[in-house]
Ligand binder design. Structure first.
Ligand code: NAD
Length: 357
């Protein structure tokens, strides 16, 4: 199978390296020129639990320079980089091309379907970790799994592109190839439940760690912090249920509690992004939950507060000008808050807007 990976950072390089080792023809496309040059000159160094080795059978290029049309285009940019990346790789998408996303967050299929019909998109979730150590050098330690399915296969019966689960031999081929590459993969008819469970987990941990600077295990230092994490998970799973996605609350909360020991010392990528003054994926994680909750009239106060705080840190570190020309709802909320400060707690006469988000 001819595979092109668009966004060859930590995850893209890891998957590309392992798939090339398994015999697939793989091209890594990225805009990090130093990384591309280092792969071209020295190959990709891959450190995993099975050892450190150099993979040389990988092509690498900038998206606009690559012309070989793949069978499968895997997108592994950050979620907010999807549109720019696919714009520069548009010439690689033909009616026969499949696109796979295993990115975190929600809204990725919608962003990709601006470029590819939804019935050519495979979607999933990966719990395999990857770290970018430097140009042409990535590492992955500890296990994980990939669950994937057809993007049209959702619990939402009115989903566009809905089709029977087994009606997709490309899905089976990709799962088979991934397993040969040591990437533990399964085809999952409930893939949207798995996606929402990971989003719920990320909404709790990534945002809490990004706001506090804590590693995952440090969140357990104060008893009320794990309770806050579990409250975020509960809100997110309630939103999934309102969207007819059968995500499992107990399983997700158990995953949260387990990670205090299994992810000890780990800095989630959102904290790493904040520390490096890069945009985070908050909008497709907490932001997407807040927006979906609003559509169902569901309150998600803990998720919404973390969303606002991370957005505020991003705005401060990126020097965004957020007040000039702000949306009317923002000014309405500010007006209501200043009135409340002057007049004291309202008797019920002046309700604050539920959320200015
Ligand atoms: P990363 O930042 O290491 O890699 C993203 C890559 O995309 C970078 O190399 C960047 O240069 C490239 N890129 C950005 N804009 C581009 C463009 N216009 N064209 C081509 N390439 C472009 O991120 P990552 O850690 O590999 O994560 C990728 C996705 O996988 C994210 O959604 C993340 O949440 C998810 N994920 C990551 C992990 C992990 O452990 N790293 C685990 C599970 C899921």
């Amino acid at each position: 199978m001819k595979i092109t990976i668009l966004g060859a950072g930590a995850m893209g390089s890891l998957f590309g390296g392992l798939l090339a080792e398994a015999g697939a023809s793989v091209a890594l496309l990225d805009i990090n020129q130093q990384h591309l040059d280092a792969i071209r000159h020295n190959g990709l160094r891959l450190d995993t639990d099975t050892g450190s080795r150099c993979i040389t059978q990988l092509a690498s290029a900038r998206p606009e320079q690559w012309t070989d049309v793949p069978d499968l285009l895997m997108i592994f940019t950050k979620t907010h980089q999807i549109a720019a990346a696919l714009t520069s790789a548009r010439h690689l998408i033909r009616p026969t091309t499949w696109v796979l996303t295993l990115q975190n967050g929600l809204g990725n299929v919608e962003a990709i379907s601006a470029f590819v019909p939804r019935d050519r998109i495979l979607v999933g979730v990966a719990t395999i970790p990857a770290d970018f150590l430097g140009p042409a050098h990535v590492a992955s330690h500890g296990g994980g799994q990939i669950r994937m399915g057809h993007a049209g296969n959702s619990a939402l019966t009115d989903h566009p592109g809905h089709r029977p689960f087994n009606d997709c031999c490309m899905l089976c081929q990709v799962v088979d190839l991934f397993n040969r590459a040591g990437l533990h993969a399964i085809a999952d008819p409930n893939v949207w439940a798995a996606i929402w469970e990971k989003v719920a987990f990320n909404a709790a941990f990534n945002a809490l760690c990004a706001v506090t600077g804590c590693t995952v295990d440090q969140i357990a230092l104060v008893p009320s912090a794990p309770i806050l994490a579990l409250a975020v998970v509960e809100e997110a799973i309630a939103v999934a249920h309102a969207s007819h996605i059968p995500a499992d609350l107990e399983r997700t909360q158990a995953m949260v509690l387990r990670s205090f020991t299994t992810h000890a010392g780990h800095q989630p990528s959102m904290l790493q992004d904040i520390n490096a003054h890069r945009p985070t994926e908050i909008d497709s994680i907490n932001g997407a939950i807040v927006r979906t909750a609003a559509a169902h009239n569901l309150p998600v106060p803990h998720t919404g507060m973390l969303y606002t705080l991370v957005r505020l840190i991003e705005a401060r570190t990126n020097n965004d000008v957020i007040l000039s020309g702000g949306p009317p709802r923002l000014f309405a909320a500010m007006h209501a808050i200043s009135r409340a400060e002057v007049e004291g707690p309202p008797e019920a006469a002046c309700p604050l807007p539920a959320s200015p988000l």
